[in-house]
Design a protein around this ligand. Sequence first.
Ligand SMILES: Cc1cc2nc3c(=O)[nH]c(=O)nc-3n(C[C@H](O)[C@H](O)[C@H](O)COP(=O)(O)OP(=O)(O)OC[C@H]3O[C@@H](n4cnc5c(N)ncnc54)[C@H](O)[C@@H]3O)c2cc1C
Length: 403
Amino acid sequence: MCMGEKTKEHVVVIGGGGTGAATAYDLCQRGYRVTVFEQGELTCGSTGRHHGLLHSGARYAVNDADVARECIQEVHILLKIAPESIEPNRGVFIALSEEELSFRDEFMNACETAGIENRSVDGETLRRMEPNLSPDCLGGIIVPDGTLDAFRLPMYFFAGAQELGAVIRNFTRVTGFRMRGGTITGVHVRDLRTGRDETVGCDFVINTAGAWAGVIAEMADVDLPITPAPGTMLAHKGRLVNMIIERLRPATDGDILVPQRNLSIIGATQWHGKGPDDCEVPDKDVEVLMKAAVEMVPKFAELPYQKAWAAVRPLTGRADNEADGRELSREFAAQNHAESDGVQGMISVTGGKATTLRSMAEKTVDMFCSLAGDDTVCRSAEAPLPDYRRFYTASESRMRYGA
Ligand SMILES: Cc1cc2nc3c(=O)[nH]c(=O)nc-3n(C[C@H](O)[C@H](O)[C@H](O)COP(=O)(O)OP(=O)(O)OC[C@H]3O[C@@H](n4cnc5c(N)ncnc54)[C@H](O)[C@@H]3O)c2cc1C
C-alpha cells in the first residue's frame, strides 16, 4: 500500500450490492478516494433479490447471541439513518403446535439476553391482530422485525458515497488485476456497454462481490473459502398480514412470510448450487414454500401467483453438498489476503446479511485502516444518510445516467 496524504489514496470497491455501497460510503467518510465497479445495474446481485426481512436478531437469538445483538443494534441505527427504507411493522414468531409453544421460554430468554424487545401474545389476541393467521395458531412472540426495501437501503449508501465524491461505475466488470510483485496496483475492467477495456490504478481493493467474491479472488491467484448457497423465494399478489410471520422453532426452510408492499413473500430454501450464477429455481422448492406459507396463512393459496426466484448467499467456508452448506455459519468475515495468501492490497468480504451491511462495512474499513496505519473512526452510524433519491437526481448522477 502506498500511503501518502490520506485523501490521495484510492480504494477500488468491487461489487455494487449493499455491502459495496456501505463500504464505499464508510471509506469516503474517512477521507479516501473511492471507485466502485459493478458489472450489472447497482443491486442486481443478491441485494436486489432477497425477501426484505429487517432482522431484529430474534431469529438468531437462541443460537448466536452476538449476531442477534448486532442485528438489533443495526435496526436502531438504520431506522435513524435510512428511515424510508424500512417499514417498522414488527414480526411475530407463531406456534402452530404444543411442541412449538414449548420453545417460547427459551426463545424469549434468548431475546432478552440479546436486548431484543419481545412480548408473548395468546392465539386469540393474535388472530384479532392478524385475522388471516391459521386457526391452529396457539400464540406467538412479537419482536421488532421489519420489512426492508432491498433497493432503497443500498441506494441511501450510494447517494451518501456519491455526495462525498465516490465514482460509481455500473455495467463495468472487473476482469483481472494489475500486480507488481505480490501487490495489487490496479484493476483491469471492461465497460460492458461499449466493450472498452481499461486499467485503473489503485492503492487497495475491497472485494465485496458477494457470491462472486471467490471468482474475484481467483483473479489474484487467491483461493477464498466461500460457498455460494442459493435459496428460493415465492411471491403471491396481495397482502394478507401486516407483521412478518415466522415460525417459533429452530430456523428451517419456508419459515419467513414477509408482507412487502402489496405482495406476500415466503422464503426461503437452500440448495447446493453449481456457482454464483446458479439461480434456476428447483420445481420442488415452489411446492415446499407453498405448503409452508399455507400452514401459517391459509389464504396464501388463494392469492394469484406472482413469481418464484432465487438469490445466492455468499457463505463463509467451504461445503461440497447441501447438508454441509446448511452447517456453515451465516456470519460475516473479512479476509486480509496479505496475511492469508501473501497477496498485498486486497480484503475480501464473505457472509453476513443485508440487515447488517453497515456494520460489515465498518469492520471491513476498520481492518483496512489498521493496515494503513490510520486511526480515523467510523462515523456511518451517526447522522442520517442523504435521501436515496439523490443518487439519481444529483447532477453528477444525471450525467452518468444520461437523464
Ligand atoms: C434466499 C435469500 C434470502 C435472503 N433474505 C434476506 C433477508 O430477508 N434479510 C437480510 O438481511 N438478508 C437476506 N439475505 C442475505 C442477503 O441477500 C445478502 O447477505 C446480501 O444481499 C449480500 O449483499 P452483497 O452486497 O454482499 O452481495 P451482492 O448483492 O450479490 O453484490 C455483489 C455484486 O458484485 C457484482 N460483481 C460480481 N462480479 C463482479 C465483477 N467481476 N466486476 C464487477 N462487479 C461484480 C455482482 O453483480 C453483484 O451485484 C438473503 C439471502 C438469500 C440467498
